[in-house]
Design a protein around this ligand. Structure first.
Ligand code: NAD
Length: 486
């Protein structure tokens, strides 16, 4: 039976509360193991270790050596690729075929990319004139911000956690991570890799637990945490922002979404179907960038709905390790209850259920898992909760539009602003429409095409700030302007 422990000051430790909670395999509802629950004592110890690390070997380490250590962390993840893969898929139920190509390689890449970015991205320098004629130089230097609190979700556990830890460490900070209670294993495993790679004790710390009145809240309230980076629900972001206000700590938020896809009649239909299929159903719909609202130009509406439903109907639900599996279960029974409540609501609101809408019949032990059917609805008004609220499941609502202006208005009719996808072969239209969409990331004729150097984040209620490339360096470092009079 697996036992997941905290990782504080370079060592694994048990719950000071004497409490553990169960880690459940969402494929079949079976217990995988137990997770040590952290409280205030663990958070205090982890933050103290992180603070201490800022004055020791880590702080004195030359930048070149820090880069090499972070490359060694990436190598370490890759050396233990199968272990990370198995742990991630056991916690989440996601197919190996996805995690093998996305979650684990990106988990490693996040250390390399940001370690290299720190060494290649310049800062500012300005020469200024002075009344005495001799002038002065202003040079901006980048310094670590301090102890960073990292709070991560369950949908892409290793990828989204390292997306924050990679740049935070590259900039010379120390971190305390509170991974999602649903998916703690790969974050805990990373502690071993950190030790093997020569990351000094206290630089990377992990405390397990829950959100409110537990490790998550204690971390965000801790006055010795200098900044908080969080990915998760918008509602949780609001609570964390309130906690961060005390002590005026900086926050970076990647929050929820209700992302639109606009499919114009001049699209390449095959590509639009393939892309929308992935953007709606990949990772069982549990991708923050995923599409839940699809708007299709009326002349191709019926064909598009028919073809998307046919493709979704071919999806094979199954075990993570089965290479034929397209889709796993949802992350937990709790999340299954939430998604199924929306499936019921859609029926009550009078949706046409084109495909799915329930729980699939799964064989053997899988019958006890958190499965839901890939689902497509049409026929609901814009005011419907199905069209307005983030469901975070394998489902979408498809609605027709008549012209470009209407499509843009519909896309923007949401409190969220994370991502959008536009499908059109008309280059002028693509250039005209994409900047009018209120979203932090807009793809044209693509989805989930990510270059780690580009800005990533949301507008409106989908987030605060941008991470990625130089933008991560901006959040994870403090710029000090040094003015030198000649
Ligand atoms: P969640 O907000 O429920 O939990 C995320 C993390 O916050 C967990 O570790 C949880 O324990 C912790 N937490 C909860 N309440 C807290 C509190 N009061 N104080 C401190 N920590 C607290 O989110 P989730 O259900 O794990 O993830 C799904 C959500 O994340 C969706 O809304 C999705 O859109 C969003 N998401 C956004 C992005 C993005 O880049 N914008 C990426 C992935 C997921």
């Amino acid at each position: 039976m697996q036992e997941v422990k905290h990782f504080i000051a370079g060592e694994y430790c048990e719950s000071s509360l004497g409490r553990t909670f169960d880690n459940i395999n969402p494929c079949n509802g079976e217990k995988i193991g137990v997770v040590h629950e952290g409280g205030e004592a663990e958070i205090n110890a982890a933050v103290a270790a992180a603070r201490e690390a800022l004055t020791g070997d880590w702080a004195r380490m030359p930048e070149q050596q820090r880069t090499e250590v972070l490359h060694a962390v990436a190598d370490g993840v890759e050396k233990r690729f199968d272990e990370f893969l198995e742990a991630e898929c056991l916690d989440t139920g996601k197919p190996y075929s996805i995690a093998r190509h996305i979650d684990i390689p990106r988990g490693a890449a996040n250390f390399r990319v940001f370690a290299d970015a720190v060494r290649s991205v310049p800062t500012e320098a300005f020469h200024m004139e002075t009344p005495d004629g001799s002038g002065a130089y202003n040079i901006a230097v980048r310094k670590p911000k301090g102890v960073i609190g990292v709070i991560s979700p369950w949908n892409l556990p290793l990828l989204l956690m390292t997306w924050k830890v990679g740049p935070a460490l590259a900039c010379g900070n120390s971190v305390v991570v509170k991974p999602s209670e649903e998916t703690p294993t790969t974050t805990a495993l990373l502690g071993e890799v950190m030790n093997e790679a020569g990351v000094p004790p206290g630089v990377f710390n992990v405390v397990h637990g829950f959100g409110p009145d537990s490790a998550g809240e204690f971390l965000t309230r801790h006055r010795d945490v200098d900044a908080i980076t969080f990915t998760g629900e918008t509602r949780t972001g609001e609570a964390i922002m309130r906690a961060a206000a005390s002590g005026v700590r900086d926050v970076s938020f990647e929050l929820g979404g209700k992302n639109p896809a606009l499919v114009f009649a001049d699209c390449d239909m095959d590509r639009a179907i393939e892309g929308t299929l992935r953007s709606v159903f990949a990772n069982c719909g549990q991708v923050c960038l995923g599409t839940e609202r699809v708007y299709v130009e009326r002349s191709i509406f019926d064909e598009f709905v028919g073809r998307l439903a046919e493709a979704a109907g071919r999806y094979k639900l199954g075990r993570p390790e089965d290479p034929a599996t397209d889709m796993g279960p949802l992350v937990s029974h709790e999340h299954q209850r939430k998604v199924l409540s929306y499936y019921e609501l859609a029926k009550e609101e009078g949706a046409n259920v084109i495909i799915g809408g329930g729980v699939p019949a799964m064989p053997g032990d899988l019958a006890n898992g958190a499965w839901v059917e890939p689902t497509i609805w049409t026929g609901l008004p814009e005011s419907s909760r199905i069209v307005r609220e983030e469901i975070f499941g394998p489902c979408c609502h498809i609605q027709p539009f008549d012209d470009e202006e209407e499509a843009i208005r519909l896309a923007n009719d949401t409190p969220y602003g994370l991502a959008a996808a536009i499908w059109s072969q008309d280059a002028s239209r693509v250039f005209r429409v994409t900047p009018l969409i209120e979203a932090g990331i807009t793809w044209a004729n693509a989805w989930f095409l990510r270059d780690l150097r580009t800005p990533f984040g949301g507008c409106k209620q989908s987030g605060i700030g941008r991470e990625g490339g130089v933008h991560s360096l901006e959040f994870y470092s403090e710029l000090q302007n040094i003015c030198i009079k000649i």
